[in-house]
Design a protein. Structure first.
Length: 134
């Protein structure tokens, strides 16, 4: 951050806070920002939220909540091509939300419900600030 911008921010902070040592206060804010940017828990939450922030992946998760399914069933449900489905399945496998196995010439997928519950609990606890260790 350039010096003129820093000074402008310090001035604004002094208008809302009691300024005893603005330089120290500002430095502590910058340190907090750096810690948050590199916080492993937050970075993992972003990774998981990106997985859930996709309609097709959510549809796959909901479909697998009902029962294990083969790729062709998922193609029919999502009305998407096999390569598109495979892309989403790979992303879900990468975060251990699903697992696939071969049964004759078909690949079936099941939902890892315990991992899904774990991600949901982590997300909820994120807002309790109990797990965000700086």
């Amino acid at each position: 951050m350039n010096t003129p911008r820093q000074e402008k921010i310090k001035d604004m902070i002094c208008n809302i806070e009691q300024c005893k040592d603005i330089d120290n206060f500002f430095d502590n804010l910058r340190i907090l920002g750096k810690k948050l940017k590199t916080n492993e828990f937050i970075n993992n939450q972003i990774k998981i939220l990106n997985i859930f922030a996709n309609k097709e992946r959510l549809m796959i998760i909901y479909s697998l909540m009902e029962k294990d399914r083969c790729v062709c069933e998922l193609e029919a449900i999502l009305d998407k091509s096999q390569p598109s489905i495979s892309h989403h399945l790979k992303r879900l496998e990468d975060v251990n939300l699903i697992r696939g196995w071969k049964k004759s010439k078909f690949t079936y997928y099941s939902l890892n419900k315990s991992q899904l519950k774990s991600y949901i609990n982590d997300y909820i606890s994120f807002f309790d600030y109990g797990k965000v260790i700086l």
